[in-house]
Design a protein around this ligand. Structure first.
Ligand SMILES: [Fe+2]
Ligand SMILES: [Fe+2]
Length: 342
């Protein structure tokens, strides 16, 4: 054991990646599972606030862009559930934990999207904050997570730019459009800052995650980086961020900003945000509606495996499974709904 532990310590120390077959401390494994699952859930739940606007996009171009973006988020969820599975957990079990409220997802997705400007502001601020959080995770010590993050970050940067481009267009439009943008920025600014988590002095897991090189920067460092990155973008856009304390501090070389309402973050994380019940409810319904699709896919895989091995026993089991899967479905409508909301 001592040899394995030493190997793990050396891997971390030399900035090499920990891989699925390597020995790792149980605490490291549990932390990785929790973090990756929470991240995967956030991608999947995060499809909902914007997904609601796909049918109401103002043009075919905007619809195509939004559809592609929401689809990307589904892909991010899939890579991440796969990364979690390399640690010995099962995706079905993680999904169950999500819909039973035993695992969390990002607090940001518990806020409503009230106008099409929200689509732009989510791309700009929420995907922008996600990039700040995730770029350092490309160097995270757990190999499958770090590699998944490389592709995810490339797609997040497209998301951020599409949001900003939408806002630039709206700001160059009518006064009514500009006021939608201002209203959306006012509503999303503070929740975006909360995406980085509690302040460092109230974040007990940070030190351990940094020592294991799961995390490379503290919550407050990343939050500061996000503020510094976003202020000039707001100026270019012509919007005022809703914080009277926001100003450049030449001495620190950073922007100062106002106090975050941590009680709001606590409330939203513990289930009492504006949309928590709705988000989890929609996810649960999609999971239940999609049961027949999963059964049919499993039956199909079993049949294909039976055909490949020529085993009559396996073929018989596959036929039974196929029969019950066909009977369990309620048609393509459920599949379409599952796809739209999952
Ligand atoms: Fe994403
Ligand atoms: Fe994104």
């Amino acid at each position: 054991m001592a040899v394995l532990e030493e190997h793990f310590e050396r891997t971390i120390e030399k900035d090499r990646r920990v891989e699925p077959r390597d020995w790792m401390p149980e605490g490291y494994r549990a932390t990785m599972v929790r973090q990756i699952a929470q991240h995967a859930h956030s991608e999947i739940i995060g499809m909902q606030p914007e997904g609601e606007w796909i049918t109401r996009a103002p043009s075919l171009r905007r619809k195509a862009i939004l559809l592609a973006k929401v689809q990307d988020e589904a892909g991010h969820g899939l890579y991440l559930y796969s990364a979690a599975e390399t640690l010995g957990v099962d995706r079905a079990e993680l999904t169950l934990k999500l819909i039973e409220g035993r695992q969390k997802y990002s607090s940001i997705f518990n806020y409503p999207t009230l106008s099409y400007a929200d689509v732009g502001v989510i791309g700009w601020l929420v995907d922008g904050a996600a990039i700040c959080n995730q770029v350092p995770l490309c160097r995270s010590s757990y190999g499958p997570y770090a590699r998944a993050m490389i592709r995810i970050c490339k797609e997040e940067s497209f998301h951020q730019r599409q949001g900003y481009e939408l806002l630039l267009t709206m700001m160059a439009g009518t006064e009514a459009q500009r006021s939608l943008v201002r209203d959306a920025v006012d509503r999303w600014w503070w929740p975006s800052l909360m995406m980085f988590g509690p302040p460092d002095d109230a974040s007990p897991n940070t030190a351990r995650s940094m020592a294991w090189k799961i995390k490379r920067h503290t919550n407050d460092e990343l939050r500061q980086r996000f503020v510094d990155m976003t202020v000039p973008q707001a100026e270019a856009l012509g919007v005022t961020l809703p914080d009277p304390c926001l100003r450049w501090n030449a001495e620190r070389g950073h922007h100062d900003f106002g106090e975050i309402d941590w009680s709001e973050l606590k409330r939203v994380i513990s289930g009492d945000g504006p949309c928590n019940a709705q988000r989890v409810g929609v996810r649960r319904a999609a999971h239940e509606d999609g049961a027949w699709v999963r059964e049919a896919a499993a039956a199909h895989a079993a049949k294909a495996a039976a055909r490949a091995t020529g085993s009559p026993d396996a073929a018989g089991r596959a036929a039974t499974a196929g029969g019950s899967a066909a009977g369990a479905g309620d048609g393509a409508g459920a599949a379409a709904r599952a796809g739209a909301t999952a």
